[in-house]
Structure formats: structure tokens, C-alpha cells
Design a protein around this ligand. Structure first.
Ligand code: BV8
Length: 284
């Protein structure tokens, strides 16, 4: 396993079937918290414990405060050089490259990543759907911040250094009742919810099919950028690409520590560092 940039550049130049699997680490330099890093908690909750239908059914107001907060942060954030470098790679490689992102923050889209080469495995914070699985209501690109008046506490800004009380688990927040949340305008019974994939929910089959179609014709390199590769089926694309002949290239401060996660072998690359710094250099 190498970290030689020149050798990587030679491999990239000769690559004709390239996949990327991106995670929260790609947006870390844009100031967005990752799930398992220091920023992984929201109030006293594991982010992953709120990203479930069960949490939403139990307390939709709390789950919406969590998502309204993340929408607000993402809207305040800017795409970083890593997002732009991947978008440029997509334009260079055209139909030889597809980016699978687990991120829901819309930053790759705002970096003008060609959308037909960007697969949102876990949806978007800014798309809305109905909580009734049988209802077809969806709304694309809803940038309302806050999403509704009751969620205004989640959309406040604080001067640098001044803690956001919403993040203080001991700061009591006004409970947001279900009645204060927007109902589905189509079926009138369900609640509007973020169109993200929650744990225990299936990924969009069309999105998965596009990823599988790309894999079917073989892959010679997979860039694994800023992901702990713990969540499936997304993480499964690493071994799928490997089985299709890909070499694995990890870009992550823990690239070496995660060695067993990625099963790095001879011919692979591991670049330990910030994606926003490394990707422009690696993909130049
Ligand atoms: C499914 C959207 C079929 C929402 C997300 C029991 C019951 C049900 C399912 C399961 C079960 N057990 C296991 C499963 C499967 C489950 C799963 O994988 N669980 C895990 C926890 C074991 N998967 C599912 O449920 C999936 N659906 O399987 O459907 C099914 C149906 C019913 C029953 C069974 C199966 C759906 C999973 C999708 C969940 N939704 N997001 C939201 O965002 O709120 S997941 C969410 O967490 C992200 O999208 C992402 O996928 C994941 C976070 O991972 P990362 O992005 O990797 O972030 P992390 O913080 O972990 O790592 C950051 C990395 O960046 C680190 O390596 C760090 O070193 C690095 N880094 C830090 N700074 C930088 C950096 N890198 C570069 N530069 C930097 N500056």
C-alpha cells in the first residue's frame, strides 16, 4: 500500500473506470460535524439514534430540530476544495467516473458536481417527503431556513465562541409538538419529513441500480473519501469495486488506522490527511 503521489497520478491517468465513495469527512473542512468524530453527538444523542423512523414517530419535533439544525449549518457552509476537485474530476473523466456520496448536505451539488455523475445514496436534507410510506408527496430543493416557524430555535446563528444553547444537553429547549409541524399537503395525514434514508430504511432502488450498472462494466479504482465505512449497503461498494478489479485509494486522516476497514493491499493507496487539502493535489 503506497502513499506516493506521483505513483497515484500515474494510476489515475490510466484509470478508465473510476468510482468514489464519499462520507462526512469530505465536508469536515466546510465546518460540518462528522457522525463519529468529536462532532458526532447532537445534544446528548448519537446522531444515528435520531436518524430513524422510530425516533421520528416517537418525537417528530425533536428529530425535526436535529434536521433543521443540520439544514441551517449546511446552508451556512461552503463547499470546500475537495468538493470542487471531485466535480472537476467528473468533468474530466465524464462517463468514466461516478461519485457515490453518503452526504446529505448538498455541498457536492453546490460545487457544481455534474449531477448525472453524483449518486445521493442517502438522500438530501433539502428534499422533503411524506412520512406516510404510501404517499407520493415529494418536494425537491426546499431551502427554507428554518423549515417552519416552530423550528426557529434550530436556525439561529451565534457569534464565534458563543455556545449555541441548542447543543447544550442541559439547556432545556421548548418541545416542538406534532401539531406545530407541517402536514403533508397531498394526503393531509402524514407529516412532512426530510427525504433522507434513515437507518432501517431501504435506499432508493433507482440510485442503487445506477451504481450497480456502473460497477457491472468493471471498476479499476475506487476513491474512499472521508468515510468510516461502517454503514451498509453504502460501505459495501468498497468490496464490490475490489471484486470488479479496483484498487482502493483512501483519503482520510485515519487512512492508516482504518487499514482493516478498507482491507488495503499491494497496489492500493492511503493518503492520511484532510480531503480538502489532499484531493486538489491528488486529482490535479
Ligand atoms: C438498510 C442519512 C435494508 C441520514 C444515513 C439493524 C436494523 C436495520 C438495519 C441495520 C441493522 N444493522 C445494520 C443495519 C444496516 C444499517 C447499518 O449499516 N447500520 C450500521 C450502523 C451498522 N443500514 C441501514 O439501515 C441502511 N438501510 O440496510 O436497508 C434494511 C432495512 C430494514 C432492516 C434491515 C436492513 C440505511 C443506512 C442509511 C442511514 N442514513 N444518513 C442522516 O444523515 O441523518 S447514514 C449516515 O451515517 C451517513 O449518511 C453515513 O452513511 C454515515 C456516517 O458515516 P460517515 O459519512 O463515514 O461519517 P463518520 O463520522 O462515520 O466518519 C467520518 C470519516 O471522515 C472518518 O473516517 C474520519 O476519520 C474522516 N474525516 C474526518 N475529518 C476528515 C475526514 N476525512 C477527510 N478529511 C477530513 N477533514
Amino acid at each position: 500500500m503506497s502513499s506516493d503521489v506521483a505513483a497515484f497520478h500515474a494510476a489515475l491517468l490510466s484509470s478508465t473506470r473510476l468510482l468514489a465513495l464519499c462520507g462526512a469527512g469530505l465536508s469536515a473542512s466546510s465546518g460540518l460535524p462528522t457522525f463519529r468524530g468529536a462532532g458526532g453527538l447532537w445534544r446528548n444523542y448519537e446522531a444515528t439514534s435520531l436518524a430513524t423512523m422510530r425516533a421520528f414517530n416517537t418525537d417528530p419535533g425533536l428529530v425535526w430540530l436535529f434536521y433543521a439544525y443540520r439544514r441551517h449549518l449546511a446552508l451556512r457552509a461552503e463547499p470546500n476544495a475537495g468538493h470542487f476537485a471531485l466535480a472537476e474530476l467528473a468533468r474530466t473523466k465524464q462517463d468514466e467516473f461516478v461519485c457515490l456520496t453518503q452526504n446529505v448536505d448538498n455541498l457536492s451539488q453546490r460545487a457544481n458536481h455534474p449531477l448525472d455523475q453524483l449518486l445521493l445514496l442517502h438522500g438530501s436534507l433539502f428534499d422533503i417527503r411524506c412520512s406516510n410510506a404510501s404517499c407520493s408527496f415529494t418536494q425537491k430543493d426546499n431551502m427554507d431556513d428554518p423549515f417552519c416557524e416552530a423550528l426557529a430555535p434550530a436556525a439561529q446563528d451565534f457569534p464565534p465562541g458563543e455556545p449555541n444553547p441548542l447543543l447544550d444537553p442541559y439547556h432545556r429547549i421548548k418541545h416542538v409538538s406534532e401539531e406545530e409541524l407541517p402536514k403533508c399537503p397531498l394526503c393531509k395525514t402524514g407529516l412532512q419529513r426530510p427525504a433522507v434514508v434513515w437507518f432501517g430504511e431501504d435506499l432508493d432502488f433507482r440510485t442503487l441500480s445506477k451504481a450497480e450498472m456502473f460497477l457491472k462494466d468493471g471498476v479499476d479504482m475506487i476513491l474512499v473519501v472521508g468515510t468510516s465505512a461502517q454503514v451498509y449497503p453504502a460501505a459495501g461498494f468498497i468490496s464490490k469495486a475490489r471484486r470488479r478489479g479496483a484498487r482502493v485509494v483512501v483519503v482520510d486522516p485515519k487512512a492508516r488506522e482504518h487499514n482493516e476497514t478498507y482491507g488495503l493491499q499491494e497496489g492500493d493507496f492511503a493518503f492520511a490527511g484532510d480531503a480538502a487539502t489532499l484531493l486538489p493535489e491528488l486529482l490535479a
